[in-house]
Structure formats: structure tokens, C-alpha cells
Ligand binder design. Structure first.
Ligand SMILES: [Fe+2]
Length: 184
């Protein structure tokens, strides 16, 4: 971890570097997420096409705004944000989204898994920045409020009247897509 020449007042260069390192991972994650959401927007088929197709664009816009906020916070901390696709792919610890053309319920099942992973990592990043930089922490908490609501929009399609999710217990996107389809 190389240290910035300057960071925001009151933080040590080490704290600035650490907050920026945590944020770079969130930048990669949310850049991946908005591209994945567009991929689903283009590839969803079958009944309920239009509902899912149209639900996703506002989520894309909101996630892109979060990405911009994260990148600019990294720069504010005195570190250069990395926004290129090659660097993202090299740094990421997850695989590309698993589905191509598929039905609405299958994409929703898979997207439940996607949001679960992104939100768990985002919440961990928020916790990890609590002691280092409360401004970064506050920004991440703000993102979580919207990400968790978007996750609920997805999950409401997978929930029965008893409150159970069809994707409960699934650990991969393909499993979740299969479980969601079976429950129809
Ligand atoms: Fe579109």
C-alpha cells in the first residue's frame, strides 16, 4: 500500500491509504454491478419482461452515481481511483454473472445472489471504515440504504405469502435461478 502525498485533514496518510484501498474494492464491485444490471436489462425474456427491464434502469443510474461518489472520495483522500475494465477484472474475487438470455424469474433469482454478495461486502467495508474515516463510513451506509431497497425489489418477486424466499439456501446464481424457476 503506497502512501498518498496528502490526504484529508485529520487523517494520517496511512488512514487515507487504508480508506482508499477499501473504497477501490467497492468501486470495482459497483462498476461490475451496474454493468451486470444492464446485461440483465438486455437479456431478460418471457412473461414479466417489461417489469424487470424497466425496474433495472433506475438501479443502474443509482449505482453509477454511487460509483462516481466512491471514485471522487478516493481522489479526495489523495489516491488515484482505478476505473479501467482490465484492472477491475484483474482485481476482482468473483466470477462474471452466470446467465445470458433467460426468463425474468431466473434473472431475479440470480440477481438475489448478486445483491446478497455486493451488500455483504459493502456492509463489511462500512464496518471496516468506522474507526478510520467517518465520512467514508457515512457514504457507504448511504449506499447500503439504497442497495438493500433494490435487493428487496428483487426479493419481493421471489417471496411467497408466507414470507419465504424461493432462493433460500442457494449459493450460486445458477442454483438460485433454478430454485426461482421451480417455485413458479
Ligand atoms: Fe435500455
Amino acid at each position: 500500500m503506497s502512501l498518498p502525498r496528502y490526504t484529508v485533514p485529520s487523517l494520517t496518510p496511512e488512514e487515507g491509504a487504508k480508506a482508499a484501498e477499501i473504497l477501490q474494492e467497492r468501486l470495482n464491485s459497483l462498476n461490475d454491478l451496474h454493468l451486470t444490471l444492464k446485461h440483465i436489462h438486455w437479456n431478460v425474456v418471457g412473461p414479466n419482461f417489461i417489469g424487470v427491464h424497466e425496474m433495472l434502469d433506475p438501479q443502474v443510474d443509482a449505482v453509477r452515481a454511487m460509483v462516481d461518489e466512491i471514485a471522487e472520495r478516493i481522489a479526495t483522500l489523495g489516491v488515484a481511483p482505478v476505473g479501467t475494465p482490465g484492472a477491475l477484472v484483474e482485481a476482482r474475487t468473483w466470477e462474471d454473472y452466470s446467465l445470458g438470455r433467460a426468463t425474468a424469474i431466473e434473472h431475479l433469482g440470480a440477481l438475489d445472489e448478486v445483491y446478497r454478495g455486493v451488500i455483504e461486502a459493502h456492509r463489511k467495508a462500512a464496518t471496516d471504515t468506522e474507526e478510520i474515516d467517518d465520512v467514508t463510513n457515512d457514504m457507504l451506509i448511504g449506499h447500503l440504504r439504497d442497495l438493500e431497497q433494490f435487493h428487496w425489489f428483487v426479493r419481493a418477486h421471489l417471496e411467497n405469502s408466507g414470507g419465504a424466499l424461493s432462493t433460500e439456501g442457494a449459493v450460486t446464481e445458477l442454483d438460485a435461478a433454478r430454485e426461482a424457476r421451480k417455485a413458479l
